[in-house]
Design a protein. Sequence first.
Length: 184
Amino acid sequence: MRIMFRAVLQIILMFSLFIFAAPARNGSLYERFKDSGEIKVFLKSVKDETGDPDVNIGTFKNNFRDVLKKRINMKFISTDSENEADVTVESVIKRYDFTRNAQPSYFSVYAFVADKTAPKSAAKLLVDYNVIDSKSGVSLKIFMNFTTDTRRPREYMNKDNSFSYASVDNINRFIYRAFYKQKE
């Protein structure tokens, strides 16, 4: 009975996430920048509202630059000046959580076996992003509470490096959602 209740609850949760997350997939900046040979991006500010000592703004900024360099299909260039940039990004880190003994994010035999053979750590990061047209100062796209849940085997991800893993994952997904063509 308990397993049936969990299964029904998970189906309801997945369905509601699909409904509420669907609008976030629409309206990327792909059409605006698809013909650009390169997109120059200036990371204007990163604010930390978490109060968590493990949140490192310098790591976030470095990871932002690295993620831009490694993107494929579109060329991104990190600039040091807002005047040189096509878009300016402002970000606010709202929440960061690290869990050494992460439970499976969904229940299945595969998840159970995978977690028993390679126990996972998890890092959850919630960031607000504002993408602004650098020339006009007009906000093009706002991503509120952009959340990622990064999971890695405990042997690779620990309290010391989890923020770096989480920020790379969050920034990668943000860049994809903001600038790449989304499936409707």
